[in-house]
Design a protein around this ligand. Structure first.
Ligand code: NDP
Length: 248
């Protein structure tokens, strides 16, 4: 890999896919900014990877100023932004008849507005550099809808639409776009399901071989992210769908 000295900003880096990506990229010599709300988790990642060049910045992606601050601090520290990984997300699961207005609002703010905040903060510097790469985590549920996941799927379809729009508007400015669409991955995401029955049922199902719900490890998704960042300048992987082989 030739990730050395690439400057990569990861939003939602305190656990799961974001944390695994931060560790992998820092291990390959990239300069990595890690951002999320849980500072203790971010500081732990930095402490556990003493050889890595890691900048920790606290940010809530729903707040435009926080996200701008992440980009500004990265530019102040490293001089540029080669890639932004919009990865922050939550996945509350409920049928629509549960009228979970607060959940919907929170999820739209994090999963959709958070991505727009990232694009808004990073695009000006990428356009100035005449190069950049925006990577956003969608999901297999950005391609299909299942009962209970309507609102979550809505956010993941939305970010695919936003990313395709970004691609059309900015490809001539040498800005790459990638949608990473994982199937089931073993992370803390399932803890964001407030419905106890659904949460516990899913966690149990993921443990059963042959259930079609065997999960990948976040480190495996991190490899995909590293791969797309490491592609030559003339090559953009625009979408990558990554399922556990046994997932339906
Ligand atoms: P985790 O729960 O482990 O990670 C979610 C990350 O998002 C955490 O770092 C969390 O940090 C961050 N986050 C949540 N809300 C905010 C916020 N308001 N501001 C800043 N950061 C926030 O789960 P995953 O690693 O699985 O999730 C990463 C992405 O992958 C999500 O977008 C998810 O939808 C997507 N995905 C996951 C799949 C899976 O099976 N796990 C499948 C398909 C897609 P903190 O709480 O510290 O702010």
């Amino acid at each position: 890999m030739s990730l050395k000295d690439k400057v990569v900003v990861i939003m939602g880096a305190s656990s799961g896919i974001g944390a695994a990506t931060a560790k992998l990229l820092a291990g390959e010599g990239a300069k990595v900014t890690i951002a999320a709300r849980r500072m203790n988790r971010l500081e732990e990642i930095k402490k556990d990877n003493p050889a890595g060049d890691i900048l920790v910045v606290e940010a809530d992606v729903t707040k435009a100023d926080d996200v701008q601050n992440v980009i500004d601090k990265t530019v102040a520290e490293y001089g540029r932004v080669d890639a932004l990984f919009n990865n922050a997300g939550i996945m509350p699961v409920n049928n629509l008849d549960q009228i979970a207005r607060d959940e919907w609002q929170n999820m739209m703010d994090i999963n959709v507005k958070g991505v727009l905040n990232g694009i808004a903060a990073a695009l000006p510097i990428m356009k100035k550099q005449k190069s950049g790469h925006v990577i956003t985590t969608s999901s297999v549920l950005g391609y299909e809808v299942l009962p209970g996941y309507a609102a979550y799927s809505g956010t993941k379809y939305a970010v695919r639409a936003i990313m395709e729009g970004l691609r059309q508007e900015e490809h001539q400015n040498n800005i790459k776009t990638t949608i990473i669409a994982p199937g089931s991955v073993k992370t803390e995401l399932f803890d964001s399901i407030n419905n106890d029955e659904v949460r516990n049922g899913l966690k149990e199902a993921m443990k059963q071989p042959g259930s079609g719900m065997m999960a990948l490890q976040p480190e495996e998704i991190a490899q995909a992210v590293a791969f797309v960042i490491d592609t030559p300048a003339n090559m953009a992987v625009n979408e990558m769908v990554i399922r556990p082989t046994g997932q339906e």
